[in-house]
Design a protein around this ligand. Structure first.
Ligand SMILES: [Zn+2]
Ligand SMILES: [Zn+2]
Length: 346
């Protein structure tokens, strides 16, 4: 046998030529000269086989992945090692350098390529929804039978932005395109229902109150008769705030804590705490607010009683001494509340 290319004799033949001639024309890897990747200019999601995938991946990573995905290694290669480099960026084109090293038929082969990766900027459907102000749900923040306070709105908005920020890592529709400010409260429009539900949950968890969901018809498709619905989530904060006064099962009490699970009140007769579940909410009557708290002057003290002057008519009233009142001296003022004609020290 002899090689028809170089005339060598008594050599191993591959594909009709000697090994040397075979390796001279051998191509270790195949890679297109130009690779185009379509990427969302807002979130860096990548369009692949008709689907938008991943997001917030740095451009460099996208380029390396595009190179990797487009390299085909010849099946004769063994122990191949491939190094990828971005030489420079020219506008949206990355000029790259690819070096492949492998063992082929016992010989070490080194091959280099200089492909370009072109980044084609587009907008993914989620980002185009976002820029169009699309929303799936509205969180309606209200307080029961009263207006929301500035602090409640500030607290709620801190919870909302914290939750949205966290959700945005996995939900591209976690955004608030619009906030309406009717007199009764606030309406927060939310891109996705999923994230709106999370926000409502966190609001209830931290501020208490009740949640109710109801769909609303936004428009109707005349041809199909199908309605386009959005979900309104009502988050209603309780009628009372911490330090307000309530009546529950004939007990007069001060509200001392509120969260998503329970309402905690302090019985003003015996200063014992009572824990109430939200399902009992309707049985709690608000009878005074913290603004109704008055000051009473202490006129006498004994181990068992404390005497104060009623802040309304200055009549002396003897009340049971408690450990928390012992620190007060005669002549000092102490907080009190008058409920159903009874004076309570707090
Ligand atoms: Zn040859
Ligand atoms: Zn996008």
């Amino acid at each position: 046998m002899f090689c028809p290319e170089c005339g060598a004799t008594d050599v191993e033949m591959i594909d009709g030529v000697c090994k040397n001639c075979f390796l001279k024309n051998y191509q270790l890897i195949k890679i297109p000269e130009t690779i185009t990747v379509t990427v969302c200019s807002h979130c860096n999601a990548k369009l692949e086989e008709g689907k938008w995938k991943d997001s917030y991946i740095p451009n460099e990573e996208i380029i390396y992945r595009a190179l990797e995905k487009n390299i085909t290694i010849d099946e004769l290669a063994e122990n191949e090692e491939i190094e990828l480099e971005i030489d420079q960026m020219r506008g949206t084109i990355a000029e790259c350098y690819v070096e492949a090293v492998a063992t082929v038929l016992g010989e070490e082969i080194v091959e280099t390529h200089t492909p370009n990766v072109k980044i084609n900027k587009s907008v993914c459907p989620d980002c185009s929804k976002r820029s169009a102000g699309y929303y799936e749900a509205v969180i309606q923040l209200r307080a029961d039978s009263r207006e929301l306070t500035k602090e409640e709105i500030a607290n709620a908005e801190e919870i909302i932005s914290r939750t949205i920020e966290k959700q945005a890592k996995k939900d591209k529709l976690a955004y608030i395109p619009q906030i309406a400010k009717p007199k009764e409260g606030r309406d927060y429009y939310v891109g996705s229902l999923k994230s709106a539900k999370k926000v409502a949950e966190h609001l209830k968890e931290e501020l208490g109150g009740t949640i109710k969901e109801s769909p609303r018809l936004i428009s109707e498709d005349k041809s199909t008769g199908k309605g386009l619905y959005r979900i309104w989530i009502s988050v209603r904060l309780p009628k009372f705030e911490i330090n307000d006064f309530v009546k529950y099962n004939k007990v007069l009490a001060e509200v001392i804590a509120i969260d998503g699970n329970r309402i905690q009140i302090k019985n003003l007769e015996n200063y014992e705490n009572i824990v109430i579940k939200w399902r009992e909410y309707d049985n709690i009557e608000k009878i005074a607010t913290k603004k109704d708290i008055k000051k009473a002057i202490i006129t006498a003290k004994s181990p068992n009683t404390i005497q104060v002057l009623d802040p309304e008519d200055y009549s002396p009233i003897d009340l049971e001494m408690r450990e928390s009142f012992e620190k007060y001296n005669i002549g000092e003022e102490i907080n009190c509340i008058k409920l159903e004609n009874n004076l309570f020290l707090i």
